[in-house]
Design a protein around this ligand. Structure first.
Ligand code: ATP
Length: 614
């Protein structure tokens, strides 16, 4: 009954939310912020980004036998999930993304047979994906990305599944047939094969024009991707209509509730409502993950308020609450934390980085951020604002709509992608080089520390900007991952000390990546531990062949000399000894020279074609 639900909730509060939840035991649990009731039972608990911390014990949430929605996303909850959650058999929506949960993917999940949405993304879950998830016949959204899940993906056959993501785990093997219609994004960041990632060794390539998505093929005119697209749009449309009707009804009841409430009440209801609305919308959002909330700020607006701090020239057109209310999707998980795309209610789009493992005092943090804020150059991604509390550090940047050079170069190769032209590649190299040169010009020791193709972002194809400047100093350059390893200068691997010449090395790797179309991490995996610079050198040493170049560059015969000059620059930048590498200013002027002579060569070539035609 409701009293029992209240006791369970109070036990939950004293375990993980003592300071975060202001629940008053003298009123009905149904009036507590975040708690929803129907027919005198608790049916929903929505506490996203409220600063919950610690492990949820058995005997708390497991006692809420009627609960259908549990949203605890974006908190600091840890440990394994309480096993008695298995008793919440009415659960339809379980949002636990953005916490620190660990332990195996819970074996009881398959028994929650009413589940429609399950989001465990951005945690530390390990173990394998239970094949018994096939019991979840109603499941429409299954998000497991950014965890530590191992093994192969089981043969899932879930008829209602429309949103699925297991990217950035530690899975391997081939993508099960029934999941091959899902987009490549659902599987990236791991050595998987099949479906959108291209055929597995020994498998026939799918017929051209099929997008590789539908193994059932047949005579159907629509590709699997198109059918999935239509299905997803239909479901999304349906959910949007349901949401609008729900919000409309909700507003009416809230208006009535507000009328009957004491005007001196401490919590403005509209904030709660907006947060609630967002949760509903979450299920519709493309990726369903939301932007980080700041735990020390109570969503009800009580307590001492911490605010976003804006940097020098940034327009102050939003505040922390606007950010919390924004609809958001995960862009990716990096060395320093997770990046989100957040669309504010005003339509403004920003990128939010939620930093991990930054434990410095606020004063020091502020000083370092102010250094970042001082950097102002057209080829750097501007930092707009930041937020600092003990549990949460957020950085808000301009959103770069075309994504990273890495995804532009390596994203959907083969399936209907527009090849990157030589002109675009040289412009990007030029812009990135200027951004790095600017950083180096600010002081003799200033360096970026983490140059790589996923940190070169594009506002449009010719306007590249370097991102993440200053972060290596905030977090320390010790973070190790295979993705960075391919860019790291040999002396940095040994000494862990970043420097301008180490940036030049990393930039050289980016140049080689632009020219060869090969990702350094991929080179590391495929070529028996040989990194990209050494691979290029070994090919080049034999003869200056066109074999090193990206196949997409083969049609630029007229600029072959310039391509070779750029390759030479990449090789020089990646010299083993730092003092053999050119300074960034020299790199910039060399690229300028190459760009000028490319334009001249292309003009001459076009004139030749024109003359031949006459
Ligand atoms: N301002 C932005 N606009 C658009 N996309 C962004 C922005 N910032 C980051 N991203 C994208 O989000 C993803 C994650 O970025 P993030 O910087 O967190 O990780 P990373 O670049 O992969 O690694 P690292 O943390 O080492 O830099 C990347 O694919 C990046 O391209």
């Amino acid at each position: 009954d409701l009293a029992g639900d209240g006791i369970a909730l109070m036990a939950f509060r004293s375990a993980v939310g003592k300071s975060a939840l202001s629940w008053n035991a003298s009123v009905s649990p149904c009036q507590w912020p975040g708690v929803g009731c129907e027919r005198n039972r608790v049916v929903s608990l929505r506490l996203p980004g409220t600063g919950l911390i610690g492990q949820i014990p058995v005997g708390t949430l497991g006692n809420l036998s009627d609960v259908h929605t549990l949203s605890l996303r974006l908190n600091a909850l840890s440990g394994s999930l309480p096993t008695d959650l298995a008793r919440c058999t009415q659960l339809r929506n379980l949002y636990l993304q953005g916490n620190r949960f660990s332990g195996e993917v819970p074996a009881f999940l398959p028994s929650l047979s009413c589940l429609v949405r399950l989001d465990l993304a951005d945690n530390n879950f390990s173990g394998s994906i239970p094949p018994a998830l096939n019991n979840l016949t109603r499941i429409g959204t299954l998000y497991l990305q950014n965890n530590q899940i191992t093994g192969e993906i089981p043969e899932l056959d879930l008829p209602n599944l429309v949103q699925f993501n297991v990217s950035f785990n530690r899975l391997n093997g081939s993508i099960p047939v029934k999941l091959r219609g899902m987009p490549a994004d659902s599987f990236v960041g791991m050595p998987l094969c099949g479906g959108p990632l291209g055929p597995c060794p020994g498998e026939a390539a799918p017929p051209a024009g099929n997008g590789g998505s539908s193994p059932s093929g047949g005579g159907s005119k629509l590709s699997g991707g198109a059918i999935a697209g239509i299905a997803i749009s239909a479901v999304a449309l349906f959910l949007i209509i349901v949401t609008i009707v729900f919000l409309f009804c909700r507003q009416k009841t809230d208006a009535m509730a507000t009328k009957s409430m004491d005007t001196g009440a401490a919590k403005p209801p509209e904030v709660e409502v907006a947060l609630t609305d967002k949760r509903v919308v979450d299920g519709v959002g493309a990726k369903g993950a939301a932007v980080a909330a700041a735990p020390t700020v109570s969503p009800a607006g009580t307590g001492s308020k911490k605010q976003l701090v804006f940097l020098r020239n940034a327009p102050r057109v939003y505040d922390l609450e606007d950010l919390l209310r924004a609809s958001a999707e995960v862009l990716g998980k990096g060395t320093f934390g997770t990046a989100y795309k957040a669309v504010l209610e005003t339509g403004l789009v920003v990128a939010v980085k939620r930093l991990r493992d930054v434990n410095m005092p606020e004063k020091e943090f502020k000083e370092k951020i102010d250094d970042i804020g001082m950097m102002d150059h057209p080829n750097l991604v501007p930092l707009q604002s930041y937020y600092h509390s003990n549990d949460e550090k957020l950085l808000v940047y301009d959103y770069m709509p075309l994504g990273s050079l890495s995804s532009l170069l390596h994203g959907n190769r083969g399936s209907g992608r527009t090849p990157l032209s030589w002109e675009t590649r040289t412009s990007i190299a030029m812009a990135a080089a200027r951004g790095i040169e600017y950083i180096h010009s600010t002081s003799r020791t200033a360096s970026h520390g983490n140059i790589k193709s996923s940190n070169i972002l594009l506002a449009d194809t010719f306007d590249a900007r370097v991102s993440d400047h200053g972060l290596a100093h905030l977090v320390g350059a010790s973070a190790t991952s295979n993705r960075i390893a391919g860019y790291r200068a040999p002396e940095v691997t040994d000494t862990r000390r970043i420097s301008q010449k180490a940036d030049v090395y990393s930039f050289g790797v980016v140049l080689l990546e632009l020219l060869t179309g090969k990702a350094p991490a991929q080179a590391l995996l495929n070529e028996d531990g040989v990194d990209l610079p050494r691979w290029v050198q070994s090919v080049v040493r034999e003869e200056w062949t066109s074999e090193v170049f990206d196949l997409e560059l083969l049609r630029y015969q007229s600029v072959e000399d310039e391509m070779v000059q750029m390759l030479q620059l990449g090789v020089n930048c990646t010299a083993q000894y730092p003092d053999r590498r050119p300074a960034m200013s020299v790199v910039v002027s060399t690229i300028e020279e190459i760009q000028r002579s490319s334009i001249a060569a292309r003009r001459k070539d076009q004139q030749q074609v024109f003359d031949d035609d006459r």
